[in-house]
Ligand binder design. Structure first.
Ligand code: DX5
Ligand code: ZN
Length: 219
């Protein structure tokens, strides 16, 4: 399977959102990564349903929604109706994770679990076969543009071992501080999807940045 690039729309220019969505449509990127923050689970508020609805209208690629919210069960159906293809909830926000994963799948979406930097991958040992995607946070969630936490490489390798040992088909996504400096090493450690926000949207030529990142990890 080729390595997927998922530009994070949090770093887009919200006053030119359609332009930035079309850029991703035209690019070598595979997914749209959409960050929903509630100001409670994380110390920031991003955007909500009307903005996601507007994004969905123009996005021609997989919509990967990362919920940084408490009690995500309340909104599973809403996010399905808004066009989400993958719905990722935080391990730390779910009291009944197994039930949440089944509810996401029942709405026809792929089910993802995100882990904060301090949360051990070993906690997924008993649910891994039910998880389509694990999102390893390589920064503390809440803001774009932070520096990559180096301990992530170790977590990717440990998680890959758990996936293989259990015969699971879970894919590994890395979110936070991804650049051309760590992309290859992350993929070598076992990553399948790289989220990139500021590295893409703050660059001079986002289309070219995506193309370069893509060829760096898929050669
Ligand atoms: C952080 C978000 C990330 C963020 C990544 O809480 O989950 O998806 O947008 O942005 P960069 O790539 O700038 O770290
Ligand atoms: Zn994210």
């Amino acid at each position: 399977m080729s390595i997927k690039i998922a530009p994070s729309i949090l770093a887009a220019d919200f006053a030119n959102l359609q332009r930035d969505i079309e850029m991703v449509n035209q690019s070598d990127a595979d997914w749209f990564h959409i960050d929903i923050m509630d100001g409670v689970f994380v110390p920031n508020i991003s955007f909500g349903m009307p903005v996601l609805e507007a994004i969905s209208k123009h996005a021609k690629k997989t919509i990967d929604v990362h919920l940084m919210i408490v009690d995500p069960d309340r909104y599973i159906k809403t996010f399905a109706d808004l066009g989400s293809n993958i719905l990722t909830v935080h391990y730390e926000a779910c009291t009944h994770l197994h039930r949440t994963l089944q509810a996401i799948k029942a709405e026809g979406m792929k089910a993802g679990v995100a882990l904060n930097p301090h949360t051990s991958v070993t906690l997924l040992e008993d649910t891994i076969k039910d998880i389509d995607l694990v999102c390893l946070m390589s920064v503390n969630p809440g803001f774009g543009g932070q520096s990559f936490i180096e301990n992530t490489y170790k977590k990717v390798k440990q998680l890959k071992e758990i996936i293989n040992r259990n015969g699971a088909s879970t894919i590994i996504e890395i979110d936070g501080g991804v650049t051309d400096k760590n992309a290859k090493q992350l993929v070598d450690a076992g990553a399948d999807v790289l989220v990139a926000g500021s590295f893409v949207f703050r660059s001079e030529n986002p289309l070219k940045t995506i193309a370069t990142l893509n060829s760096q990890v898929n050669s």
